[in-house]
Ligand binder design. Structure first.
Ligand SMILES: [Zn+2]
Length: 702
């Protein structure tokens, strides 16, 4: 049975889809344009109609139509699937484990609630602009420096100081009392109460927001999901947000995200402030990459939304709350939620420091072998989290209005998180007192331990040593002790050029691919990869040429291994990444595996299937079957197989890129496009280098 993914791919052309957002220019058999994922003036972004793929030789992103849509629109896999299915006119089946009837009802209820919110917004907005009662609200808006343009673009509103004004209006529009309550716009009057606090009547409903300036809250797509109300006069609480509803989920709301989305991508930064007015004013003065985190500290759900748009998160923290437990929690949450990347760190020859020694290394050290070319793989948070330094005691909106240049400078020069910790964590200490000096070390060493870039770590060690006037060497000993206690950021794998490992020969396609072709020679088998899928998958399977079939089998096999033994992830994630997968389904499963595995700090015993969209469950079954047929292996054997599989996939991917590059280089040469030619040649050199390393590793592996 052909999967929905394949069906969609036969109906949506990658060139057309990308052409909607990137101006593509025909260049021989390929198309090129300016990469939407990094800043460039000359195009290094290519789309290949032949195998329906795309690749940027500038930032090294690439994939198929699914990965393009996901990345460009910041969508989850299933969202991209729904988007593309709609384009292709392919029906997406309801998720099988849910009652379709209930699902339809829930969807209708959400739709109705959206409409209710939209009607309420228009009413609030109209009140602010026109109502006589809104004079105080308008004066407040003015006093906070909010311009008329901002009032209109953010659709600010006013909830009058009356008990039933909005409710009466909405009931008149045909909504029921129950709908108003469910939508968080009204509350039910309690029977036994005489109604003194509820507007003097009994029965019925009364308005949830009264005498407040209203900030409509929208989702990324601009749909109203709830409201925030700031009290005018001395109403309590000062800020009141919609209660939890079908649409409004408190701990995931980012105010102004709809208006900030494009700016965040462009600025490659998101600034997180704490108040509605801060966000409105920041936008008004041009820093449109600003969102406000409303009603709760930063949660994983906030970061999940943001990390699709940028890797740089700048926190504009309330100076009073700086260093507070809530702030600290938010930062930790951000660090935890961002993806980890594995970066190779070359070790000075002959030194293995801080490394769990294994038999191999010991043996080599004993035999006096030089450990040249050993690379240590370190996990780093794939994000930059920093902090805005604002004048003490001032909120962002005050700073912006008083001195825009100070704000702009702070936004473009945020303080690295570690520097921020140095200030905050020692603020209450007297660093002249020995006791406090020790306390400072105790608080800051774990922070320094989180830095995996060695030079950076050393620089902060020097800084700390100077600050508390202690010998750097004894501080280093202390750091080692701290690091031993920290496993989450430790070394996860080791990949040596001269490993003695033996590769088993039990995996698919092993016989064929072991020859280790010379780098730079194009592999014709890989040139014509996967043709667009056909309606009959058997036919399609046969039409795929041998090597890409092998590749897909390898992908299945590797994912099968990983699903069975999630711990193997740490051994392969330094070798391959999402983009190395040719299969849309296997790539997404690898992505899910990685994010589930990263969350190992909160261990979940839930089955892996729980994290998988229903459209991919068939793939999970397929890859599991692929592994079950093999012979059982012990731990070491499994690691070796997974590493070999990943290496092979990486190599295939590099060979394919190399082939594409050779072709593009020929084109550029014929067109006498010197600048482009040079760039492509440089890229090919890098790829050849990587291939050579991989080839020698594989060769040694047997
Ligand atoms: Zn790029």
């Amino acid at each position: 049975m052909t999967s929905i993914i394949e069906t969609i791919k036969t109906k949506v052309d990658v060139v057309e889809e990308i052409g909607l957002v990137v101006a593509l220019q025909k260049s021989g058999k390929a198309f090129k344009g300016l990469c939407p994922f990094h800043n460039e003036r000359t195009p290094s972004f290519y789309v290949f109609a032949e195998n329906q793929s795309w690749h940027c030789f500038g930032c090294n992103e690439g994939g198929d139509v699914f990965s393009f849509v996901q990345k460009q629109q910041g969508l989850e896999f299933r969202e991209a699937l729904l988007y593309l299915a709609e384009k292709a006119g392919v029906p997406v089946e309801e998720q099988s484990d849910r009652d379709p009837e209930a699902e339809r009802e829930a969807s209708a209820a959400r739709e109705r609630l959206r409409k209710l919110n939209e009607d309420a917004l228009l009413w609030f907005h109209h009140m602010l602009l026109r109502s006589k009662d809104a004079a105080e609200a308008r004066a407040y808006v003015q006093s906070r420096g909010i311009s008329t343009d901002s009032v209109l673009s953010f659709s600010l509103g006013y909830a009058p100081d009356q008990w039933e004004a909005l409710s009466r209006y909405l009931l008149g529009q045909g909504y029921s009392e129950r709908e108003l309550v469910m939508g968080g716009l009204a509350r039910e009057r309690l029977e036994q109460d005489n109604g003194a606090d509820q507007g003097g009547n009994s029965g019925g409903v009364y308005d949830y927001f009264r005498n407040r300036l209203i900030f409509p809250i929208r989702d990324t797509r601009g749909r109203v999901i709830g409201f925030g109300g700031r009290a005018l006069g001395d109403g309590k609480p000062k800020y009141l947000n919609s209660p939890q509803t079908l649409l409004f989920e408190k701990n995931s709301v980012l105010y102004a995200i709809d208006m900030a989305r494009d700016a965040i991508k462009q600025a490659r930064q998101v600034v997180i402030v704490e108040g509605y007015v801060d966000a409105v004013i920041a936008h008004q003065y041009g820093t449109k990459q600003t969102v406000a985190c409303i009603g709760s500290a930063i949660t994983e759900k906030h970061i999940q939304q943001l990390k699709k748009l940028t890797k740089q998160v700048t926190l504009a923290l309330d100076p009073d709350a700086a260093g507070s437990a809530a702030t600290e929690h938010g930062i930790q949450e951000a660090l935890r939620t961002f993806d980890r990347v594995i970066v190779p760190v070359p070790l000075p020859s002959g030194r293995i420091e801080g490394q769990r020694s294994n038999g191999q290394n010991k043996a080599r050290a004993q035999s006096g072998q030089q450990l040249h070319g050993i690379i240590r793989l370190e996990e780093q948070v794939d994000a930059e989290i920093n902090v805005l330094r604002l004048p003490p005691g001032e909120d962002p909106d005050e700073v912006i209005r008083r001195d825009l240049s100070t704000w702009l400078h702070a936004v473009s020069h945020p303080v690295p998180l570690v520097d921020y910790y140095f200030v905050v964590k020692t603020a209450d200490l007297d660093l002249n007192k020995p006791g406090d000096q020790a306390e400072a070390a105790k608080r800051l060493l774990p922070v320094i331990g989180m830095i995996s870039v060695r030079v950076k770590r050393d620089a902060y060690m020097r800084k700390l040593a100077g600050m508390i006037r202690i010998e750097e060497r004894s501080l280093h000993e202390e750091l080692q002790r701290v690091l031993r206690g920290q496993t989450a950021y430790g070394i996860v794998s080791e990949f040596t050029k001269s490993s003695q490992g033996h590769m088993p020969k039990t995996m698919p396609g092993t016989q064929k691919q072991n020859s280790g072709e010379l780098v730079g020679v194009s592999n014709t088998g890989e040139e014509k990869t996967q043709k667009r899928a056909d309606s009959n998958s058997n036919q399609q399977w046969n039409r795929l040429d041998r090597s890409s079939r092998d590749k897909l089998q390898w992908e299945d096999y590797l994912i099968g291994l990983l699903v069975q033994n999630p711990a193997l992830n740490s051994h392969v994630c330094g070798i391959i990444n999402d983009g190395d997968f040719a299969g849309t389904d296997t790539r997404e499963l690898y992505h899910i595996l990685n994010s589930v595995y990263q969350r190992a700090s909160s261990p979940s015993n839930q089955p892996f299937e729980q994290f998988v969209p229903s459209e991919l469950l068939a793939t999970v079954a397929r890859v599991q079957k692929c592994v079950e047929s093999g012979t059982p292996r012990d731990g070491v054997g499994l690691v070796r197989e997974a590493v070999q599989c990943a290496t092979r996939l990486k190599r295939t991917r590099l060979l394919q890129l190399n082939t594409e590059l050779s072709y593009l280089i020929r084109e550029a040469d014929q067109a006498s496009d010197k600048a482009n030619l040079r760039q492509l040649q440089l890229r090919q050199l890098e790829i050849c280098q990587q291939l050579r390393t991989l080839n020698s590793a594989m060769h040694l592996h047997g």
